[in-house]
Design a protein around this ligand. Structure first.
Ligand code: C2E
Ligand code: MG
Ligand code: MG
Ligand code: MG
Length: 280
């Protein structure tokens, strides 16, 4: 297949692009049966409050494809969204996460990511309260993570949804802050409990004065608005120490614990490897 690139030259699809596209198409087709065939599972990554230690886990969806192995969400979630599958998959994630979190210490929260397609689905909030009731899971232990993309459209509707969640007692986190269409007006109008600053800014926060300025600013912004701040992608003790000094509330990242299976959580908690006393 050849396409004109607009400057009069034919752009040829080469063989490896072709193979890639075919694989994506194959993956896409098998995504349709993945839910029914129970190929999805959730890994959980610890959320660590610097003043309290571990406070819960973020649910991260994985797909165990029978031939391709474990496919990361960055690959299959966009496909699922494009094919209108994300509503059903998202409902499964929420149910499964509440079910598994019911077995954790009773003060732990579970944070669940939500894509725009799920959020904008009709009667989304009824579905959330239905799932919480069925799992007998307290709304206060659920944190829903949304990105700014969710907030781009239908603003009054979004505000209504967020307020309904707030009334239910569900907490709301703004995920990947700083990477997309960051607009401060969201922060003025939406009832976020937590802002999660993207790992892009944490990566070089020990050495890059610009990252330092941005992270300091976002911490101050969150606190000034009465919100909690979480740093994503914390990988080194140096980053953790810097973030503690700057009064960041929560840390998440491989330093504190990588995503793990539900079965591994018990051992992880018994080991106490999440203790933060050593962060100076
Ligand atoms: P996210 O919500 O920002 O999740 C954090 C991502 O950073 C996860 O990638 C996690 O594995 C990774 N991560 C955590 N700590 C570190 C670290 O120290 N270093 C590095 N380099 N990475 C770290 P993952 O699991 O591949 O998920 C990617 C994205 O997929 C998530 O980003 C989220 O936007 C989306 N996602 C995952 N599960 C779900 C889900 O159930 N529903 C929806 N709608 N989206 C999901
Ligand atoms: Mg998230
Ligand atoms: Mg994030
Ligand atoms: Mg992120």
């Amino acid at each position: 297949a050849a396409k004109n690139d607009g400057r009069g030259r034919a752009r040829m699809f080469n063989r490896s692009m072709m193979i890639m596209l075919e694989q994506r198409e194959t993956l896409r087709r098998s995504l349709r049966v993945a839910l029914k065939e129970r190929q999805f599972f959730i890994e959980y990554q610890p959320l660590v409050e610097l003043s309290e230690g571990i406070v819960g886990f973020e649910a991260l969806l994985r797909w165990r494809h029978p031939y391709a192995g474990v496919v990361p969400p960055s690959v299959f979630i966009p496909m699922a969204e494009a094919d209108g599958l994300m509503g059903d998959i998202g409902a499964w994630v929420l149910e499964q996460a509440c079910r598994e979190a019911s077995t954790w210490p009773s003060h732990f929260i579970v944070a669940v990511n939500l894509s725009p397609a799920e959020f904008l689905r009709r009667s989304f909030t009824d579905r959330v309260s239905g799932i919480l009731d069925a799992a007998e899971f307290p709304a206060e232990r659920l944190e829903i993570e949304i990105t700014e993309t969710v907030l781009l459209e239908r603003t009054t509707k979004n505000l209504d949804i967020l307020h309904t969640l707030e009334v239910l007692g569900v907490r709301i986190a703004l995920d990947d802050f700083g990477t997309r269409y960051s607009s401060l007006s969201y922060l003025q109008s939406f009832p976020f409990d937590t802002i999660k600053i993207d790992r892009h800014f944490i990566k070089d926060v020990e050495t890059n004065p610009k990252s330092q300025t941005i992270v300091r600013f976002v911490i101050g912004l969150a606190h000034g608005l009465g919100m909690r701040i979480t740093a994503e992608g914390v990988e080194t003790a140096g980053q953790a120490t810097w973030l503690r000094r700057e009064k960041c509330d929560r840390l998440q990242g491989h330093l504190l614990g990588a995503p793990m299976s539900s079965e591994a959580i018990g051992d992880f908690l018994r080991q106490g490897s999440f203790a933060t006393g050593w962060i100076s």
